[in-house]
Write a protein that binds this ligand. Structure first.
Ligand code: FBP
Length: 551
């Protein structure tokens, strides 16, 4: 395989491990746990894996003992996140450290590879080319939901055939919820298979008191921030455009917030705030027009606006519309099939309740069309396909001309649109993500060797030096509560949205007016792998602020 100069050098990088994982480990078992809410229901649903203790690994003075050999399977689930390859490298190295005979199998293209028995053995030679690289191409990923007993039974057949005693599922909140269900199922039938989850998603919404961050968030935000910084420099040089930048993150606005803290744009919208204030689309447009007209008074007809990908679903009126559209598209699928795009839109409009029909009609046609596209496998609207950045800029442009006619605005408005999502999801991991993911993988091997199931690999204390990170496992049931999904109450891991009382948001809110009226751009520059630790190993601002550190 031909490699770039950086690829060649970077493949030699040896990720830093917490002290506890550098040699033989000793397990420290904590007290029994409870789920974050709905204890009785969750306990009933997980009779074998509820209430397990938190565990931590410590340095052992005992010499390394060679354990009996065993085999492990691994699945990459959902959207790519930088560091997935290092989870697998760390898992592989941990297994080999325990016993050279241990084997690791990768299921191909996500959970479907497990269900359909598509797999490969991961050898040292094969893994070598993927160390410290981005992407999930080592075995591929997919979004098949692993949730039915038939799928669990089908998977069990291949696990037995390959003599696999533990399965590691690298995924987001849904995939880890399903990992917990699978762990319970296998325990209940005495299958003798352990299941361990690893917290992945660039969206940063799989986090809580025990999981400080999901991997990939750090790298993705640094990639986006570099490019936003570059755009801001361009913006400040030519002084002629407003750049509307949509940032990935299906639901929560953690990515937009982190990028705002890193780059100090003129505006950053936070979906959670929009929801809390019950803001309408008109109010958002008015706010943008206010900032733009104030800046125009200073002769500044340029600026940057960051928009979280999930915004439309947080605007209450849009949320109602999307929810009714979900029903209409599901129930009236046959009637809508085969219609020309414009006929489909007209027909849908007639099927909606009057207030939703009015909103639907007021949207630019291309946005109405995007809102009416097929849903994903979870029944959700595919927010990454909705051009919220152009929706807002078109509405702003219209309002500004009205303001101009009324003599309230005399600037020039010209917009550029960007969507940063896929560009950052497969970037080579930062040192932080490379170290964190390698530790998560090595830690998963130690959890398996300790005979545990239904646990999430956890590495904490992440704002300290990596040698002081705390490694261990958190029972997944502990992070669960009951939520309504597709009309039924289900046990799920609580999703972490931006906390409006938290330090990252508070810091942003205290400075945004200055960023709006002045020009205070920060230019973070590209990710650095070699150089001073304060540049190369710095965690995200979100993580630092959440842990009461300066950022
Ligand atoms: P995960 O939650 O699976 O990590 O994926 C997150 C994400 O990258 C979102 O930010 C984005 O909305 C979505 O995936 C895009 O999905 P797809 O890769 O299917 O286009």
């Amino acid at each position: 395989m031909k490699k770039s100069a950086l690829q060649r050098v970077r493949s030699e990088y040896q990720p830093k491990l917490p002290k506890a994982l550098q040699g033989t480990v000793k397990i420290k078992i904590g007290p029994a746990t409870e789920s974050v809410a709905d204890q009785e229901e969750i306990k009933k649903l997980f009779p074998h894996t509820y209430g397990l203790p938190i565990v931590e690994f410590e340095v052992s003075k005992e010499p390394e003992t060679v354990e009996a050999p065993f085999n492990v399977g691994v699945i990459l689930s959902g959207g790519q996140a930088p560091g997935g390859h290092n989870v697998i490298s760390g898992l592989f190295d941990g297994l080999k450290r325990l016993n050279k005979e241990n084997r690791l199998y990768g299921f191909l293209m996500g959970p479907s590879g497990f269900i359909n028995h598509e797999y490969m053995e991961l050898t040292a030679d094969y893994i070598k080319d993927y160390r410290n690289t981005g992407g999930f191409d080592i075995i591929g990923s997919g979004r098949t939901k692993l949730e039915t007993p038939e799928q669990f039974e089908s998977g069990l057949k291949i696990l037995k055939e390959l003599n696999i005693k533990a399965l590691v599922i690298i995924g987001g909140d849904d995939s880890n919820t399903n990992a917990a269900v699978l762990a319970e199922y296998y325990k209940n039938i005495g299958a003798g298979v352990q299941v361990i989850g690893v917290p992945k998603t660039i969206d940063g919404d799989l986090k809580n008191q025990w999981i400080e961050t999901s991997f990939g968030f750090d790298t993705a935000c640094k990639v986006y921030s570099e490019v936003i910084g570059n755009i801001q420099r361009d913006c400040n040089s030519a002084k002629k455009y407003y750049h509307f930048v949509k940032l990935m993150g299906r639901s929560a606005s953690h990515i937009a917030l982190e990028c705002a803290l890193e780059t100090q744009p003129n505006v950053c919208l936070i979906s959670e705030e929009v929801l809390a204030k019950k803001m309408t689309l008109d109010e958002i447009v008015n706010y943008l027009c206010f900032v733009i007209s104030e800046r125009a008074k200073k002769g500044w007809n340029f600026g940057t606006v960051l928009i979280p990908e999930g915004l439309v679903e947080f605007i209450p009126s849009m949320k109602d519309l999307i929810s009714e559209l979900n029903d209409v598209l599901a129930v009236k699928a046959e009637e809508l099939e085969g219609l020309q795009p414009h006929e489909k839109l007209d027909k849908i409009e007639k099927m909606l309740t009057p207030s939703n029909a009015a909103l639907y009609k007021s949207l630019p046609r291309h946005i109405a069309r995007q809102l009416s596209l097929d849903r994903d496998s979870h029944g959700n609207v595919q927010v990454s396909l909705i051009e919220t950045e152009s929706l807002l800029s078109e509405m702003v442009s219209k309002r500004l001309s009205e303001m101009k006619d009324a003599g309230e605005y005399s600037g020039k408005f010209s917009a550029q649109h960007h969507f940063f999502g896929y560009e950052g999801r497969c970037a080579d991991p930062t040192n932080f993500d490379a170290d964190y993911t390698y530790a998560l993988g090595m830690n998963a091997a130690m959890l398996i060797n300790s005979g545990l199931t239904g646990y999430m690999s956890s590495v904490r204390n992440l704002t300290e030096k990596s040698e002081d990170w705390i490694a261990g496992g958190i029972p997944i049931t502990m992070m669960m509560n009951m939520e309504k999904r597709h009309g039924h109450m289900k046990p799920v891991i609580q999703k972490a949205l931006v906390n409006l009382d938290g330090r990252p948001y508070q810091k942003f809110a205290s400075q945004r007016d200055t960023w709006a009226m002045e020009t205070c751009y920060l230019y973070p520059g590209p990710i650095q792998y070699f150089g001073p630790a304060e540049v190369c190993d710095r965690p995200s601002m979100t993580l630092l602020l959440e842990h009461d550190k300066d950022a």
